[in-house]
Design a protein around this ligand. Structure first.
Ligand code: C2O
Ligand code: CU
Ligand code: CU
Length: 501
């Protein structure tokens, strides 16, 4: 209520001050999210898909399909989803398992489905070289051989990823292992261990998704959804929650915090648990980044998970109207939380989480490569499915130094089949960038360089490339992406003819 009143007041003030005030106003007005005027709905919890065991292989069946869903209460919006009209089930896997993904395309256009954050053979990765034509089923088989983590899956068709994600094709993919089993952390899915998948949309007057692609902002939405719905609340069933927050939005950065500024603990980043919890008051997530956070609640109290404006505007010059701010100046309510009726106060968090996560790869003799991001190219080149940009012919770590050369644009950087540590962030004053723990995606402020110690999954195959790219989906679709292959020592890439049959 308070928020609504303040926004209404600000809009009224702008009208009274007239066009002179508007002309001198350097910041775009805070957009008004849709669907805030009705009663909040209970946070939807995506159903779990555990697959079925067939001869020791865990088999998952996914179908990409069209449907309609109430993203806004009482409004039916045509959408896409996996195994349902909108978004996808949460896939559960355990480390060590062999899995088979069977993805059927029940849409009327080609798509592709990528397991973001997974180390796996290139032919199972689901990048643009694995198109699934309408009516076809694509099968990907791999062994889950990495620590417990919150990963996700989403479409990856060449040049169309943003639209396919925007229509709702995305879901969480959770890996468990003995380390996470052994920790005193909330771990009951949907009870105290809650997926919080953030996406955002724009709507037309008649409740359809607004699919007009802005030349600067792409399909950046102004109405955030959590697990596929706007304006949601969670009546907590426990005094300690683990929120697995995934920024599944295509363009917008979210600086998540609680409405009362309370501290919370980050226990995991993109690629898994930290070595020990980190207490923070906010966590900035660029598109595709994840954090698992622990928050404690008093009985019956009300607090809201929000996205707060970023001090310093992510290093983007203020008042430059050619530099859209990607939401760095906006605030959004994401999830209203009410504490449980009672229950004992939670104890101390474990002081140590995953001790193995502390190690930083030794990179003294590692090959070092440089990647310069500049609208919308990497090292001066636009993505070409026939060109291999990087050949990796060894099984050790590499140092990738990635620079955002644009003085007034944000970017981020994601590497397939890999996890990395951020060794260094230079060239910026922005303090909010998440650089700790193992990650697969990192935000890069204007002018900044990140030096990454990268560990790749080692599955030599000269015929199919993996991708690295900016995960702001307009940029990715515009060609801010490159390809690498992993080959045996002394071998080179031989792309052959995949991707076009
Ligand atoms: Cu989230 Cu190329 O991927
Ligand atoms: Cu990926
Ligand atoms: Cu970018």
């Amino acid at each position: 209520m308070g928020t609504f009143g303040r926004r209404a007041f600000i809009r009224g003030a702008v009208v009274l001050l007239g066009s002179a005030a508007l002309a001198s106003c350097t910041r775009p007005e805070q957009p008004e999210p849709a669907g805030q005027d009705s009663e909040p709905r209970a946070l939807p919890i995506p159903p779990v898909l555990e697959g079925s065991l067939v001869d020791g292989v865990r088999v998952f069946d996914l179908s990409a399909q069209a449907g309609a869903a109430e993203l806004l209460a009482g409004v039916s919006t045509p959408t896409w989803g996996f195994n349902g009209p909108h978004m996808g089930p949460t896939l559960l896997m355990r480390r060590g398992e062999q899995v088979r993904m069977q993805v059927t395309n029940d849409l009327d256009e080609m798509t592709a489905v990528h397991w973001h954050g997974m180390k796996l053979p290139a032919k199972a990765d689901g990048g643009p070289h694995s198109p699934i034509e309408p009516g076809d089923t694509w099968t990907a088989e791999f062994t889950v051989d990495q620590p417990a983590a919150t990963l996700w899956y989403h479409p990856h068709p060449h040049m169309k990823t943003a639209l396919h994600c925007y229509r709702g094709l995305a879901g969480a993919l959770l890996i468990d292992d003995p380390v996470t089993d052994s920790l005193a952390l909330p771990h009951a899915y949907g009870v105290d261990d809650i997926p919080v998948v953030i996406t955002d949309q724009k709507f037309t007057e008649d409740g359809h998704l607004d699919e007009v692609i802005d030349p600067d902002l792409g399909l950046m939405g102004t109405t955030p959804l959590i697990n596929g719905q706007a304006n949601v609340k969670l009546d907590a069933q426990a005094r300690r929650l683990r929120l697995r927050v995934l920024n599944g939005a295509g363009m917008r950065f979210y600086n998540v915090a609680f409405s009362d500024g309370r501290p919370f603990s980050i226990v995991a980043t993109d690629s898994g648990l930290l070595s020990e919890p980190v207490e923070v008051e906010y966590a900035l997530l660029g598109p595709a980044e994840r954090v698992e956070i622990i928050v404690d609640l008093e009985p019956g109290e009300e607090v809201t998970l929000r996205s707060e404006p970023l001090s310093g505007n992510f290093g983007i010059p203020e008042g430059n109207d050619k530099a859209p701010d990607f939401g760095f100046q906006h605030s959004f309510d994401l999830l209203a939380i009410t504490g449980p009726e009672g229950g004992d106060a939670p104890g101390e968090l474990p002081a140590k989480l995953d001790p193995a996560a502390a190690a930083v790869p030794s990179v003294d003799r590692a090959p070092e490569r440089e990647f310069l991001l500049n609208t919308f190219q990497i090292n001066g080149l636009t993505m070409d499915m026939e060109r291999v940009d990087v050949e990796i012919d060894h099984d050790g770590p590499e140092v990738w130094a990635v620079t955002n050369e644009n003085p007034d644009w944000p970017h981020n950087f994601h590497i397939h089949d890999a996890r990395f540590r951020v060794l260094e962030l230079t060239g910026t004053d922005v303090a909010q960038v998440g650089t700790y723990g193992w990650k697969d995606t990192v935000a890069i402020p204007p002018g900044a360089t990140v030096r990454l110690a990268v560990e790749f999954g080692h599955f030599p195959d000269p015929t199919i490339p993996y991708m690295y790219h900016c995960h702001m989906l307009l940029h990715e679709d515009q060609g801010m992406m490159g390809q690498f292959v992993i080959v045996e020592p002394g071998e080179g890439a031989e792309l052959g003819h995949m991707g076009h049959h």
